[in-house]
Design a protein around this ligand. Structure first.
Ligand code: FE2
Ligand code: FE2
Length: 213
């Protein structure tokens, strides 16, 4: 909404320029006390009341839902896959995904917040797309595996974008421990993507090309 945007921008400007004069909001008081750029850490986890902190927490709840959802959908994808290579790649990433869930719970704990999931429409959409691919391809074909890999890589890219942003927010907010944990997961998501490409390019895509309707 334009009104909200205007208000937020004005507030942000006020936070940036507030310096010395009497201020009413707690955010302004905080900025005044810590003065400009050095306010980063105090503006984040210590007080947890900045707009960025709220956005960080909301995004954390979103990816928490997404990861938990994936622990249920990855086994289904594995079951539908044809090659052992793809099945084991999914299996391996499922184990990592379970670790991602518990890492997020640690992040919530460090922040002093209850681990809470908020439905992630994007992840729900991506996994629905994976279901459609399975429905539209024949069982025991390389075409189905190629499609499952495509769907899985879209999921990875969503996770990479989410964790990349969360890491950046955490660093800005001075949440070093949280940033460290999020970065660990980010690196695993980044590694999963080329592994899937490798599986696809080893022979699956080529063999799918030979399959006719
Ligand atoms: Fe993950
Ligand atoms: Fe992932």
């Amino acid at each position: 909404m334009p009104t909200t945007k205007t208000r937020t921008s004005a507030r942000t400007r006020s936070l940036r320029t507030s310096n010395g004069s009497a201020s009413k909001s707690s955010d302004q008081k905080q900025t005044k006390a810590s003065n400009g750029k050095s306010s980063k850490s105090e503006n984040g986890s210590a007080n947890g009341n900045s707009q960025l902190d709220k956005l960080f927490t909301d995004s954390l709840k979103d990816i928490y839902w997404a990861e938990k959802h994936l622990t249920k959908t990855l086994p289904k994808m594995k079951k539908k896959a044809t090659t052992d290579e793809l099945k084991s790649a999914i299996e391996e990433h499922l184990a990592q995904t379970e670790e991602h869930v518990s890492r997020l719970e640690q992040v919530f704990e460090i922040c002093g917040k209850k681990a809470q999931a908020k439905k992630c429409d994007a992840m729900e959409g991506l996994t629905k797309e994976a279901d459609s691919i399975v429905e539209e391809t024949e069982a025991n074909t390389m075409t189905r595996d190629a499609g499952i890999i495509m769907a899985a890589q879209k999921v990875e890219h969503y996770e990479i974008a989410s964790y990349g942003t969360l890491c950046s927010f955490a660093k800005t907010l001075g949440m070093d421990k949280e940033a460290e944990l999020l970065e660990e997961t980010l690196n695993e998501e980044k590694e999963a993507d080329p592994k899937l490409s490798q599986v696809a390019e080893s022979s699956i895509n080529e063999e799918a090309m030979q399959e006719t309707e």
